[in-house]
Design a protein around this ligand. Structure first.
Ligand code: DGT
Ligand code: MG
Ligand code: MG
Ligand code: MG
Ligand code: MG
Length: 268
């Protein structure tokens, strides 16, 4: 086929194929959500409408795009893991990342009203994206553990911080000073001895974040059928289909992975 003299510009495109055999992680993070949360009156420290909308949008990403085996989200971020054998878009990083980011962003706006009934969306939110490759199951699990540990550290801090501000009337500066240099044990202690709050009883959505995986569900529906030489009648038919399921549990330890052995493919 004849080529135009302009065709050569194609050669300026750089190759961004993700290395084979690696899990491809795309992590999105809300742009300037400090301000976005303020302007849309997010509850502090955790707004369940906002978290629900993030999860709804992440489900849409998993359902609409190919090959995502697990996703993990907290605060204004969500990580999506493509299976290591995925060949979707020939593993081109920019294609994968932009599809995830745009599907997520449009879903966030599309489903906004379902979660924020009385709060109008004041301006279009954006999400940045990055791609990270992990060559082993250990590396991938450590990545997810890192994000969940981050969720825990931030949530413990924020829980104590806002309890001191809202429950004790401290200014934000006073609360900051009070917490400067404290370890996790101190923070737990402040919550328990001063407010009678056992941090472990706080909502697991807030403490553990949200993990999305595929699960097989069996559905029995009745179908009207006509068999030869018989009257038409209702027959139960069982079908299996995949559905995205949300968990708010620990994913750092072994238990979750032992209970869901199909998520990760064997190393080597
Ligand atoms: P960035 O990501 O560099 O564009 O800037 P930010 O402002 O998005 O910073 P980031 O991502 O490090 O921190 C997330 C911000 O979002 C943080 O300021 C708290 C806010 N945020 C996230 N979830 C909630 C929530 O449920 N309630 C409230 N009040 N704020 C939240
Ligand atoms: Mg940031
Ligand atoms: Mg952000
Ligand atoms: Mg963030
Ligand atoms: Mg096109």
């Amino acid at each position: 086929m004849a080529k135009s003299k302009f065709e050569y510009v194609r050669n300026f495109e750089t190759d961004d194929t993700c290395l084979r055999n690696c899990y491809i992680v795309v992590r999105l993070d809300g742009r300037n959500f400090h301000k976005f949360a303020e302007q849309h009156k997010f509850a502090k420290p955790n707004d369940d409408r906002a978290l629900g909308l993030m999860t709804r949008s992440a489900c849409s990403v998993m359902e609409e795009l190919e090959d995502i085996i697990i996703a993990y989200g907290q605060s204004d971020e969500f990580s999506f893991v493509f299976k290591r054998t995925s060949n979707w878009f020939k593993r081109r990083a920019s294609k994968l990342m932009t599809h995830v980011a745009s599907q997520f962003s449009s879903s966030y706006v599309f489903y906004w009203k379902e979660f924020f009934e009385d709060q109008p969306l004041l301006y279009p939110p954006g999400f940045d994206g990055r791609v990270i490759l992990y060559p082993s199951n250990r590396n991938l699990r450590d990545y997810l553990s890192w994000r969940q540990a981050d969720c825990h550290i931030n949530n413990l801090y924020n829980t104590v911080f806002w309890t001191l501000v809202q429950g004790r009337g401290l200014t934000t500066t006073e609360a900051e000073d009070r917490l400067k240099g404290t370890l996790a044990a101190h923070k737990n202690e402040i919550l328990f001895s001063e407010f009678g709050i056992n941090y472990n009883n706080e909502s697991s959505v807030h403490r553990k974040g949200t993990t999305l995986i595929w699960e097989k569900v069996y559905e029995t529906v009745t179908k009207r059928m006509k068999l030869p030489n018989e009257e038409e009648k209702d027959v139960p038919v069982t079908r299996s289909r995949r559905r995205v399921e949300a968990y708010h549990c620990d994913i750092i330890g072994e238990q979750f992975w032992e209970e869901h052995p199909d998520i990760l493919e064997d190393d080597n």
